[in-house]
Ligand binder design. Sequence first.
Ligand code: C2E
Ligand code: MG
Ligand code: MG
Ligand code: MG
Length: 274
Amino acid sequence: GWARHDRRDHAVFETGRAEAERRRHRLAAAMPSALANAEFLAHYQPLYRLTDGVIIGVEALARWQRPEALLRPADFITLAEHTGMIRPLGRYLLEQACRQGARWRRAGHDLLISVNLSPLQLGEPTLAADVADILHRSGLPAGNLQLEITESAALTDGYAALPQLTDLGVRLALDDFGTGYSSLATLSWLPVTNAKLAAEFITDAGAPAVTEVLRHTIGLCHALGMTVTAEGIETQDQERLLRDLGCDQGQGYHFAHPMPAPALTERLGIAHDW
Ligand code: C2E
Ligand code: MG
Ligand code: MG
Ligand code: MG
Protein backbone atom coordinates (compact mmCIF):
# COMPACT_ATOMS: atom_id res chain seq x y z
CA GLY A 1 0.00 0.00 0.00
CA TRP A 2 0.89 3.66 0.17
CA ALA A 3 2.60 3.47 3.54
CA ARG A 4 5.10 0.89 2.37
CA HIS A 5 5.74 2.77 -0.85
CA ASP A 6 6.41 5.96 1.11
CA ARG A 7 8.83 4.20 3.40
CA ARG A 8 10.75 2.79 0.48
CA ASP A 9 10.94 6.19 -1.27
CA HIS A 10 12.11 7.66 1.97
CA ALA A 11 14.80 5.00 2.30
CA VAL A 12 15.98 5.70 -1.26
CA PHE A 13 16.03 9.40 -0.49
CA GLU A 14 18.02 8.82 2.71
CA THR A 15 20.49 6.57 0.88
CA GLY A 16 20.92 9.21 -1.80
CA ARG A 17 21.48 11.86 0.82
CA ALA A 18 23.98 9.78 2.78
CA GLU A 19 25.78 9.00 -0.48
CA ALA A 20 25.98 12.69 -1.39
CA GLU A 21 27.18 13.49 2.12
CA ARG A 22 29.94 10.85 1.91
CA ARG A 23 30.99 12.22 -1.47
CA ARG A 24 31.22 15.75 -0.05
CA HIS A 25 33.37 14.45 2.81
CA ARG A 26 35.64 12.63 0.39
CA LEU A 27 36.05 15.73 -1.77
CA ALA A 28 36.65 18.00 1.22
CA ALA A 29 39.32 15.65 2.54
CA ALA A 30 41.00 15.44 -0.87
CA MET A 31 41.19 19.20 -1.42
CA PRO A 32 44.43 20.13 0.37
CA SER A 33 46.53 17.52 -1.44
CA ALA A 34 44.72 18.27 -4.71
CA LEU A 35 45.78 21.89 -4.35
CA ALA A 36 49.38 20.86 -3.68
CA ASN A 37 49.27 18.48 -6.66
CA ALA A 38 48.00 21.15 -9.04
CA GLU A 39 44.71 19.38 -9.77
CA PHE A 40 42.92 22.73 -9.80
CA LEU A 41 43.04 24.84 -12.93
CA ALA A 42 41.14 27.53 -14.74
CA HIS A 43 39.23 27.20 -17.95
CA TYR A 44 38.85 30.43 -19.89
CA GLN A 45 35.73 31.73 -21.60
CA PRO A 46 36.24 34.61 -24.05
CA LEU A 47 34.51 37.96 -23.62
CA TYR A 48 33.55 39.43 -27.00
CA ARG A 49 33.09 43.08 -27.88
CA LEU A 50 29.66 43.10 -29.46
CA THR A 51 30.32 45.87 -32.00
CA ASP A 52 33.02 43.96 -33.89
CA GLY A 53 33.37 40.46 -32.41
CA VAL A 54 36.88 40.95 -31.07
CA ILE A 55 37.92 39.03 -27.94
CA ILE A 56 38.78 41.71 -25.38
CA GLY A 57 39.16 39.44 -22.36
CA VAL A 58 38.47 36.13 -20.72
CA GLU A 59 36.70 34.94 -17.59
CA ALA A 60 38.68 32.40 -15.57
CA LEU A 61 36.42 29.60 -14.34
CA ALA A 62 37.62 27.09 -11.75
CA ARG A 63 37.86 23.41 -12.59
CA TRP A 64 39.11 20.44 -10.56
CA GLN A 65 40.73 17.66 -12.59
CA ARG A 66 40.04 14.48 -10.59
CA PRO A 67 41.33 11.15 -11.90
CA GLU A 68 37.78 10.13 -12.83
CA ALA A 69 36.23 13.41 -13.94
CA LEU A 70 36.61 17.14 -14.48
CA LEU A 71 34.60 18.83 -11.72
CA ARG A 72 32.86 22.18 -12.08
CA PRO A 73 32.49 24.88 -9.42
CA ALA A 74 29.06 23.64 -8.35
CA ASP A 75 30.80 20.50 -7.05
CA PHE A 76 33.45 22.17 -4.92
CA ILE A 77 33.28 25.96 -4.46
CA THR A 78 30.60 25.96 -1.74
CA LEU A 79 32.39 23.05 -0.11
CA ALA A 80 35.67 24.98 -0.16
CA GLU A 81 33.87 27.94 1.40
CA HIS A 82 32.61 25.74 4.23
CA THR A 83 36.03 24.27 5.01
CA GLY A 84 37.97 27.53 4.56
CA MET A 85 39.92 26.04 1.64
CA ILE A 86 38.48 28.78 -0.58
CA ARG A 87 41.15 31.18 0.70
CA PRO A 88 44.25 29.25 -0.45
CA LEU A 89 42.33 27.90 -3.46
CA GLY A 90 41.14 31.37 -4.46
CA ARG A 91 44.66 32.79 -4.17
CA TYR A 92 46.02 29.88 -6.22
CA LEU A 93 43.43 30.32 -8.99
CA LEU A 94 43.96 34.08 -9.05
CA GLU A 95 47.70 33.61 -9.43
CA GLN A 96 47.27 31.01 -12.19
CA ALA A 97 44.97 33.37 -14.11
CA CYS A 98 47.33 36.35 -13.68
CA ARG A 99 50.31 34.28 -14.83
CA GLN A 100 48.37 33.11 -17.89
CA GLY A 101 47.27 36.69 -18.57
CA ALA A 102 50.88 37.87 -18.41
CA ARG A 103 51.86 35.05 -20.81
CA TRP A 104 49.19 36.09 -23.31
CA ARG A 105 50.27 39.70 -22.92
CA ARG A 106 53.88 38.82 -23.71
CA ALA A 107 52.58 37.07 -26.84
CA GLY A 108 50.91 40.31 -27.90
CA HIS A 109 47.36 39.70 -26.60
CA ASP A 110 46.39 42.48 -24.24
CA LEU A 111 43.43 40.80 -22.55
CA LEU A 112 41.27 41.67 -19.58
CA ILE A 113 41.56 38.77 -17.14
CA SER A 114 38.34 38.46 -15.16
CA VAL A 115 38.42 36.34 -11.99
CA ASN A 116 35.56 35.44 -9.63
CA LEU A 117 35.99 36.27 -5.96
CA SER A 118 34.20 34.45 -3.17
CA PRO A 119 32.50 36.66 -0.55
CA LEU A 120 34.86 35.00 1.95
CA GLN A 121 37.91 36.25 0.05
CA LEU A 122 36.37 39.70 -0.13
CA GLY A 123 36.04 39.73 3.66
CA GLU A 124 39.72 38.91 4.22
CA PRO A 125 41.69 41.88 5.60
CA THR A 126 44.77 40.90 3.58
CA LEU A 127 42.95 40.64 0.23
CA ALA A 128 44.31 43.85 -1.34
CA ALA A 129 47.85 43.05 -0.19
CA ASP A 130 47.51 39.50 -1.56
CA VAL A 131 46.27 40.79 -4.91
CA ALA A 132 49.10 43.35 -5.11
CA ASP A 133 51.61 40.59 -4.35
CA ILE A 134 50.15 38.26 -6.99
CA LEU A 135 50.16 41.02 -9.63
CA HIS A 136 53.76 41.81 -8.82
CA ARG A 137 54.91 38.18 -9.00
CA SER A 138 52.96 37.36 -12.17
CA GLY A 139 53.88 40.54 -14.03
CA LEU A 140 50.28 41.29 -15.04
CA PRO A 141 49.49 45.04 -14.94
CA ALA A 142 46.74 45.85 -12.44
CA GLY A 143 44.61 47.37 -15.19
CA ASN A 144 44.45 43.99 -16.94
CA LEU A 145 42.83 42.35 -13.92
CA GLN A 146 39.10 42.46 -13.25
CA LEU A 147 37.61 40.93 -10.11
CA GLU A 148 34.01 39.75 -10.26
CA ILE A 149 31.99 40.21 -7.10
CA THR A 150 28.32 39.66 -6.34
CA GLU A 151 26.00 42.34 -5.09
CA SER A 152 25.47 40.69 -1.72
CA ALA A 153 29.21 40.24 -1.15
CA ALA A 154 29.88 43.85 -2.11
CA LEU A 155 27.28 45.06 0.36
CA THR A 156 28.40 43.00 3.32
CA ASP A 157 31.86 41.41 3.53
CA GLY A 158 33.47 43.46 0.81
CA TYR A 159 32.56 46.93 1.86
CA ALA A 160 36.03 47.92 3.05
CA ALA A 161 38.03 45.96 0.48
CA LEU A 162 36.57 47.58 -2.64
CA PRO A 163 38.35 50.98 -2.51
CA GLN A 164 41.61 49.23 -1.58
CA LEU A 165 41.30 47.10 -4.72
CA THR A 166 40.44 50.00 -7.02
CA ASP A 167 43.37 51.98 -5.54
CA LEU A 168 45.61 49.22 -6.90
CA GLY A 169 44.20 49.90 -10.36
CA VAL A 170 42.27 46.63 -10.48
CA ARG A 171 38.82 46.77 -12.09
CA LEU A 172 35.66 45.49 -10.44
CA ALA A 173 32.65 43.86 -12.08
CA LEU A 174 29.27 43.17 -10.56
CA ASP A 175 28.52 39.51 -11.38
CA ASP A 176 25.04 38.10 -11.91
CA PHE A 177 23.64 41.63 -12.00
CA GLY A 178 19.88 41.75 -11.76
CA THR A 179 19.49 38.70 -9.56
CA GLY A 180 20.62 40.26 -6.27
CA TYR A 181 18.84 42.51 -3.86
CA SER A 182 20.84 45.73 -4.03
CA SER A 183 18.85 48.89 -4.58
CA LEU A 184 19.47 51.10 -7.57
CA ALA A 185 20.98 53.62 -5.15
CA THR A 186 23.75 51.11 -4.37
CA LEU A 187 24.81 51.17 -8.00
CA SER A 188 25.52 54.88 -7.79
CA TRP A 189 28.30 54.53 -5.21
CA LEU A 190 29.76 51.05 -5.75
CA PRO A 191 33.22 51.48 -7.36
CA VAL A 192 32.38 49.01 -10.11
CA THR A 193 33.18 49.60 -13.79
CA ASN A 194 31.38 46.66 -15.39
CA ALA A 195 27.99 45.07 -14.83
CA LYS A 196 27.48 41.45 -15.89
CA LEU A 197 23.83 40.87 -16.72
CA ALA A 198 22.75 37.51 -15.32
CA ALA A 199 22.10 34.72 -17.80
CA GLU A 200 18.54 34.37 -16.47
CA PHE A 201 17.90 37.84 -17.88
CA ILE A 202 19.36 37.02 -21.27
CA THR A 203 17.35 33.82 -21.74
CA ASP A 204 14.14 35.86 -21.88
CA ALA A 205 15.67 38.92 -23.55
CA GLY A 206 13.24 38.72 -26.47
CA ALA A 207 10.11 39.03 -24.34
CA PRO A 208 8.93 42.64 -24.87
CA ALA A 209 8.86 43.58 -21.18
CA VAL A 210 12.29 42.02 -20.57
CA THR A 211 13.70 43.82 -23.61
CA GLU A 212 12.57 47.14 -22.13
CA VAL A 213 14.05 46.32 -18.71
CA LEU A 214 17.33 45.42 -20.40
CA ARG A 215 17.33 48.56 -22.56
CA HIS A 216 16.94 50.79 -19.54
CA THR A 217 19.30 48.81 -17.31
CA ILE A 218 22.03 49.13 -19.95
CA GLY A 219 21.28 52.85 -20.30
CA LEU A 220 21.45 53.30 -16.53
CA CYS A 221 24.78 51.49 -16.29
CA HIS A 222 26.20 53.60 -19.11
CA ALA A 223 24.96 56.80 -17.45
CA LEU A 224 26.85 55.72 -14.33
CA GLY A 225 30.03 55.19 -16.34
CA MET A 226 29.88 51.39 -16.37
CA THR A 227 30.25 49.03 -19.30
CA VAL A 228 27.81 46.12 -19.60
CA THR A 229 28.45 42.45 -20.33
CA ALA A 230 25.68 40.00 -21.19
CA GLU A 231 26.29 36.51 -19.79
CA GLY A 232 24.81 33.31 -21.16
CA ILE A 233 24.25 34.38 -24.78
CA GLU A 234 23.23 31.15 -26.48
CA THR A 235 21.62 32.25 -29.74
CA GLN A 236 22.22 34.54 -32.70
CA ASP A 237 18.97 36.36 -31.88
CA GLN A 238 20.14 37.12 -28.35
CA GLU A 239 23.47 38.35 -29.69
CA ARG A 240 21.80 40.67 -32.19
CA LEU A 241 19.28 41.99 -29.69
CA LEU A 242 21.87 42.72 -27.00
CA ARG A 243 24.07 44.50 -29.53
CA ASP A 244 21.08 46.59 -30.70
CA LEU A 245 20.37 47.47 -27.08
CA GLY A 246 23.89 48.90 -26.78
CA CYS A 247 25.33 46.15 -24.61
CA ASP A 248 29.12 46.36 -24.77
CA GLN A 249 30.29 42.77 -24.33
CA GLY A 250 28.91 39.27 -24.69
CA GLN A 251 29.83 35.88 -23.30
CA GLY A 252 28.13 32.55 -23.80
CA TYR A 253 27.95 29.20 -25.54
CA HIS A 254 26.85 30.95 -28.78
CA PHE A 255 30.42 32.29 -29.04
CA ALA A 256 32.51 29.79 -27.10
CA HIS A 257 32.43 27.45 -24.13
CA PRO A 258 35.00 27.77 -21.35
CA MET A 259 38.19 25.97 -22.47
CA PRO A 260 41.74 25.21 -21.33
CA ALA A 261 44.36 27.91 -21.88
CA PRO A 262 46.00 26.31 -24.98
CA ALA A 263 42.65 26.07 -26.80
CA LEU A 264 41.91 29.70 -25.95
CA THR A 265 45.31 30.71 -27.27
CA GLU A 266 44.38 29.18 -30.65
CA ARG A 267 41.17 31.22 -30.71
CA LEU A 268 42.85 34.56 -30.09
CA GLY A 269 42.97 36.64 -33.19
CA ILE A 270 40.00 34.80 -34.64
CA ALA A 271 37.07 37.20 -34.44
CA HIS A 272 33.61 35.74 -34.04
CA ASP A 273 31.93 35.46 -37.45
CA TRP A 274 29.65 38.50 -37.34
P1 C2E B 1 29.62 32.93 -13.09
O1 C2E B 1 30.75 33.72 -12.59
O2 C2E B 1 28.33 33.63 -13.30
O3 C2E B 1 30.14 32.25 -14.43
C1 C2E B 1 29.34 31.96 -15.54
C2 C2E B 1 28.91 30.52 -15.58
O4 C2E B 1 28.03 30.34 -16.67
C3 C2E B 1 30.03 29.51 -15.79
O5 C2E B 1 29.70 28.28 -15.13
C4 C2E B 1 29.99 29.30 -17.29
O6 C2E B 1 30.57 28.08 -17.71
C5 C2E B 1 28.52 29.32 -17.53
N1 C2E B 1 28.17 29.71 -18.90
C6 C2E B 1 28.89 30.40 -19.79
N2 C2E B 1 28.20 30.59 -20.94
C7 C2E B 1 27.00 30.00 -20.76
C8 C2E B 1 25.85 29.85 -21.60
O7 C2E B 1 25.78 30.30 -22.74
N3 C2E B 1 24.79 29.17 -21.05
C9 C2E B 1 24.83 28.67 -19.80
N4 C2E B 1 23.76 28.00 -19.36
N5 C2E B 1 25.89 28.79 -18.97
C10 C2E B 1 26.97 29.46 -19.46
P2 C2E B 1 30.74 27.49 -14.22
O8 C2E B 1 32.09 27.50 -14.86
O9 C2E B 1 30.12 26.18 -13.89
O10 C2E B 1 30.83 28.39 -12.93
C11 C2E B 1 29.71 28.56 -12.10
C12 C2E B 1 29.93 29.60 -11.04
O11 C2E B 1 30.97 29.20 -10.14
C13 C2E B 1 30.42 30.94 -11.59
O12 C2E B 1 29.33 31.68 -12.08
C14 C2E B 1 31.05 31.57 -10.36
O13 C2E B 1 30.07 32.15 -9.54
C15 C2E B 1 31.62 30.34 -9.65
N6 C2E B 1 33.07 30.24 -9.91
C16 C2E B 1 33.73 29.81 -11.02
N7 C2E B 1 35.07 29.89 -10.87
C17 C2E B 1 35.27 30.41 -9.64
C18 C2E B 1 36.45 30.76 -8.89
O14 C2E B 1 37.61 30.64 -9.35
N8 C2E B 1 36.26 31.27 -7.64
C19 C2E B 1 35.02 31.45 -7.11
N9 C2E B 1 34.91 31.95 -5.85
N10 C2E B 1 33.90 31.15 -7.77
C20 C2E B 1 34.02 30.63 -9.03
MG1 MG C 1 31.62 35.38 -13.02
MG1 MG D 1 27.81 35.47 -13.65
MG1 MG E 1 26.93 32.79 -11.09
